[in-house]
Design a protein around this ligand. Structure first.
Ligand code: SF4
Ligand code: SF4
Length: 369
């Protein structure tokens, strides 16, 4: 059963989070996990410093101005500080509300909101989805006992048909039925820029799309999945986990070494070892800090390009040390972050998504009844 979670920002103001902001004990644990703090050493980059500023705003000592907004933007939205905060503060929710309040009163904020509107951004994605529809293959299955998965493609896969085609090949004649619906963006880019009204709009649209029978929501982007989980309470499955439900093998024509980057928003990597056991001719080498951030963070990579690149390069050093042929990941944003760090580097492995990597093999199917 799908339960829609109450995640309604628009009615909230920064004042409504005063209690949460005061819960910050200034313990500094967030400093130890924040990739931006690790790179900059700037306390305003991490939740603790941001809360000091926002507390000043609430007390009337500071104004919610361009300068504070700049520090609010100094965040990858990786949620690592939230996951480790002993006071249990839903950190990004507070930053997003503050950004919303600031953006609503500035011309540049209004312009960003306009560009992200259904009219511009929504129709842009819709246009490319229609344009690429003839090039998308569908999963054909030959059994009535199907696992029904509702596929949340995400914006990147709506623009490009490749992942649909990879899935069609992997799950051909399987007991997996992939259901496509007219989803909008998960809403993460809107949360990042504080566009809470647009977030509410896509949230309500996506919830309506869930009015059908399915066993899981399938995602192949860790960030989409973590955003959907903010407002949808149902079973999710990623492509790696789905492959593990199916009896098939991936035979690679020559021995390959691979490593894996864990996206910040990916809950766990439990699927990885069973999946690698299905792959013939593959040697897995774990990189140091395989779960450290790739540095991309959507608009962060544009607004804070130098810091973003520095974090990506730090990641790239660990990737290169593995001396592998491929670095695999499960988030289109991380693909860009990894490429940003590895570009022009000697001995850099190829960056690849999990479905694209599996499609490099000969897929050996079992019989599905
Ligand atoms: S970990 Fe939580 S309580 Fe500790 S300083 Fe950071 S935000 Fe405050
Ligand atoms: S969400 Fe990530 S980047 Fe942003 S303050 Fe928290 S740990 Fe730092």
């Amino acid at each position: 059963m799908v339960i829609s979670l109450w995640y309604d920002y628009v009615m909230k103001k920064l004042e409504d989070f005063a209690e949460d902001i005061n819960k910050c004990s200034k313990c500094g644990i967030c400093q130890a996990v924040c990739p931006v703090y690790k790179e900059t050493g700037n306390d305003c980059a991490v939740s603790r410093g941001k809360f000091v500023m926002l507390d000043g705003v609430l007390k009337g000592d500071l104004k919610l101005n361009k300068n504070i907004n700049k520090y609010l933007d100094l965040c990858l939205k990786c949620d690592k500080c939230r996951d480790f905060c002993p006071s249990g503060i839903d950190v990004c929710k507070i930053f997003e509300t503050a950004k919303y309040q600031y953006a609503k009163k500035t011309l540049s904020g209004k312009l960003v909101f306009f560009l992200q509107s259904k009219l511009i951004f929504g129709n842009f994605i819709k246009f490319f989805t229609l344009l690429t529809k003839p090039f998308r293959k569908k999963v054909k299955n030959n059994t009535s006992k199907c696992i029904k998965v509702l596929y949340f493609k995400g914006c990147v896969n709506n623009l490009c048909p490749r992942t649909d085609n990879y899935l069609a090949k992997i799950f051909k004649n399987s007991n997996i039925e992939i259901i496509n619906k007219d989803f909008e963006c998960c809403g993460l880019p809107f949360l990042s820029s504080g566009n809470l009204e647009r977030f509410e709009e896509v949230k309500n649209h996506n919830l309506k799309m869930l009015d059908c029978e399915f066993d899981y929501i399938l995602t192949d982007c860790a960030s989409c999945e973590s955003t959907l989980k903010k407002y949808v309470n149902t079973k999710f499955i990623n492509i790696g986990e789905l492959v593990n439900l199916v009896d098939l093998k991936f035979k690679f024509s020559k021995p390959l070494k691979v490593t894996f980057h864990k996206p910040c928003h990916l809950g766990n990597t439990d699927f990885l070892k069973p999946l690698l056991r299905k792959c013939e001719n593959i040697e897995y080498i774990e990189m140091d800090d395989f779960d450290s951030c790739c540095g991309f963070g959507g608009e962060f990579s544009i607004k804070n390009h130098k810091i973003s690149k520095a974090i990506s390069e730090r990641k790239a050093t660990n990737v290169i040390k593995t001396r592998t042929d491929y670095v695999i990941t499960t988030c289109p944003g991380c693909l860009l972050g990894l490429k940003q760090g590895l570009i022009g580097k000697k001995n850099a492995p190829k960056v690849i998504s999990l479905p694209a990597f599996l499609n490099k093999s000969q897929i050996i199917y079992s019989k599905f009844d």
